[in-house]
Structure formats: C-alpha cells, structure tokens
Write a protein that binds this ligand. Structure first.
Ligand SMILES: [Zn+2]
Length: 186
C-alpha cells in the first residue's frame, strides 16, 4: 500500500452563529425546514439554498433522489448546482453562497467547484450524521471533507461550518429515518 495523496486544508472547527450576519442565521434555519420538506415528499432529509450577497434567496433545493427514481446525483447541493449554473454565469456564482445542512459530499463539492460557487455555509458534521445513518445504503456517509476537495483545486471556495448551535435541531430531521444494519459498529 502506498500513500501519495496529501492536501493542506483548514481543519473542521466549530463556528458560532455570532460569526454570521443575523439574516444568515435565518437562512440556515430555513435550510432545516427544507430538509423537513424533502422528507415529507418522500426524499432523504437533506436540503440547501442559494443566496446572493444581500441574503436574498435565489433558489431552494431539497434532496430528490427518491422522487427522481433513484437518481444518485439528486443530492440537494448537486441538484441545486445543476439548476443554478443554467441560470447564472460563473462570475455571478462566485458571489453567491450556498447555505447547506451538512458538509457537502465529494460529488456535491465537485459540482460546487465546477460551478464556481464562492462560498458554502453548513450546519452539521458528517460524523454526527453518521450516528443516524450508520451504513444504511441510502446514505453510507462519505468522510471526505469538502475542504479537502476544494484544496485540490486551483481556486478558493470559502467554507464555514459546522454550527453546532443549530446541529441538534438539524439532526431531528434524521430521527427514525435511517436503518443501519445490525452489524454496524459506528
Ligand atoms: Zn452530496
């Protein structure tokens, strides 16, 4: 076995809601509602939204994997990036922020990178989510921080999170939803 892949990136640390503008806290709370709405539609309880620099919501997106017939690219963030990049230029995207439930997975971080989004703000830790999903095949969490993906690119994507003050409220979306196997050890 050989290890050659190394990246220097900012370690995940706790952010405080007081680090954000007040309207940004409201946007994160709206993200939790979008997660619930996704769940109520039969999809996985994930969601995000896109906002401009003044905090205006440009687009909201819940997970659509189930209602899109099992399409694995229908994570909320990738679905949002697909729609947003048809509507906005890369120059515009650079000034927008995605407010998100969790740290984007490798696929979604890739979409964020390719779509030239400038900034991501997320609530919950992947490690905390894993306590709920376990090894459930619908979401066997992928522990690759988006910061590592972005650190592999040529341009900066600012990432803020987690915000643990909102994490317990977010995780309620996941209660009694996932079914880890009996052998799952965590
Ligand atoms: Zn994803």
């Amino acid at each position: 076995m050989k290890t050659t892949f190394t990246r220097t990136y900012e370690e995940e640390k706790e952010y405080k809601l007081s680090d954000l503008k007040p309207y940004e806290v409201d946007l994160l709370k709206r993200v939790i509602e979008i997660c619930w709405e996704a769940r109520e539609k039969g999809n996985h309880p994930f969601g995000c939204l896109l906002a401009d620099e003044a905090g205006n919501i440009l687009m909201e997106q819940g997970n659509e994997e189930v209602t899109e017939g099992g399409d694995c690219t229908c994570h909320a963030e990738t679905a949002l990036m697909r729609k947003a990049t048809k509507k906005y230029t890369k120059e515009e995207m650079a000034h927008f922020t995605m407010y998100n439930c969790g740290d984007p997975c490798a696929m979604c971080a890739g979409a964020i990178y390719w779509g030239n989004l400038g900034r991501v703000v997320y609530i919950g830790r992947e490690s905390e989510l894993k306590k709920y999903t376990g090894d459930d095949l619908r979401n066997p969490t992928l522990d690759l921080p988006s910061r590592v993906v972005f650190a592999s690119g040529q341009k900066k994507v600012e990432v803020l999170g987690p915000f643990l003050e909102l994490e317990p409220e977010l995780m309620k979306c996941h209660e009694n939803y996932w079914h880890p196997s009996e052998n799952f050890k965590g």
